[in-house]
Design a protein around this ligand. Structure first.
Ligand SMILES: [Zn+2]
Ligand SMILES: [Zn+2]
Length: 374
């Protein structure tokens, strides 16, 4: 009797064979379109290693970042909290120096950073694009922050609503205003590790802070994100090119968005072009008639699923109230002609809001889909 193996299983078997017989490494590219002449860089600016309280060696952080499709990382070990200091040399620049040669080889931009780790206020602050982490080790947190500014650092407030430091409320302290007024504090984490801080979104909007989402990873990545569903949070940086100076300029200019748990938050000027570039209408012309049903095919070429809710009815035809455009999939949607008017329309206009795309004001992003009809 002939045994038939379905083609899908055969392909999987071949892939497993390939993966187990070669020593090649694989990178999962993250698909998010470039927009407005900028490159959309996928970044994680808050990462720990054994040099502070993390569990892994700095080069492993580079390998993880490469395999997970990141473009840019900052290793940001704690200045003041080093539980492995008995075993690890104390020079605070070592994690960067250890990781840099591999990062260069793998095409990962490694940004030099450190976490200034204090009680609240001001809590934990990360300084990136620093020149010498050793000089940030100061008795007085203010002096450490001034030193970071002297080194040209970009400083952001980490996990601002961390319950261990703000158990009852998430508040903005006078110390943070002082840091802002001195031109030191420029960014804030909206999402850190596995926590979202909605208050931070309000502050970012009011105070014009650059928004970030980072992993604050301590464990090996395979442990922190064991399944494809548990995705690492990322900061998207819209940079003129993939260089350290362009990334720094983008952060200073508020050109970021954050992606965590399939939620994308950012200014409308970035989110709208991401949505428009990510979707593609597959039909050439629909030729929808009154009382007729046609199937509209929409392809989402990005890794971000879009959950759409109708915000106003269309003229001349009806379309679903809810649509999900899954990542990297084409969806077929039923459109029904409901008046003769539709037969004269060259473009069918659909009006939705993306419920998982939030503006910096915390509003759902309005999106329009134009379908060629005649
Ligand atoms: Zn921290
Ligand atoms: Zn941290």
């Amino acid at each position: 009797m002939k045994m038939l193996i379905p083609r899908g299983i055969l392909t999987t078997l071949l892939l497993i064979l390939l993966l187990t017989t070669s020593n090649a490494q694989y990178r999962k590219e993250i698909h998010i379109p470039n927009i407005l002449g900028y490159q959309t860089l996928k970044c994680d600016f808050h990462i720990h290693t054994v040099f502070s309280d993390g569990d892994v060696w700095p080069t492993v952080r580079v390998q993880e970042a490469w395999a997970e499709g990141l473009d840019v990382i900052a290793i940001t070990d704690h200045i003041e909290y080093r539980p492995h200091s008995v075993d690890m040399e104390a020079d605070l620049n070592r994690p960067y120096e250890v990781a840099k040669p591999l990062a260069d080889q793998m095409g990962i931009i490694l940004v030099r950073g450190a976490e200034i780790t204090r009680n609240m206020p001001p809590g934990h602050l990360t300084a990136i694009f620093i020149k010498n982490a050793n000089l940030l080790e100061r008795e007085d947190w203010w002096e450490a922050c001034v030193e970071a500014r002297e080194q040209g650092a970009f400083v952001f407030w980490n996990h601002p609503g961390w319950k261990q430091q703000q158990p009852d409320t998430t508040r903005w302290w006078p110390e943070h205003s002082r840091l802002m007024n001195a031109g030191i504090l420029k960014g804030i984490e909206l999402f850190s590790g596995d926590e979202f801080y909605p208050e931070a979104l309000r502050w970012a909007q009011e105070k014009n802070l650059t928004i970030l989402a980072n992993s604050n990873i301590h464990a090996p990545s395979s442990q922190a994100y064991p399944s494809p569903a548990a995705k690492r949070p990322i900061s998207l940086v819209f940079a003129l090119d993939k260089s350290e100076s362009a990334i720094k300029a983008a952060l200073a200019d508020n050109r970021t968005a954050v992606l965590f748990n399939d939620t994308l938050i950012g200014e409308r000027r970035f989110l709208t072009p991401i949505f428009i570039s990510a979707i593609e209408i597959k039909n050439t012309k629909l030729n929808l008639k009154d009382q007729d049903i046609k199937y509209l095919q929409i392809y989402n070429n990005s890794d971000i699923p879009f959950r759409l809710h109708q915000r106003q009815p269309s003229i001349g035809f009806s379309c679903p109230e809810e649509i999900i455009l899954p990542a990297n999939r084409t969806v077929s949607i039923e459109l029904t002609g409901i008046s003769e008017e539709v037969e004269q329309m060259t473009t069918l206009k659909m009006f939705y809001e993306a419920t998982n795309l939030l503006t910096k004001r915390g509003e759902k992003l309005p999106v329009n889909i134009d379908v060629p009809n005649k």
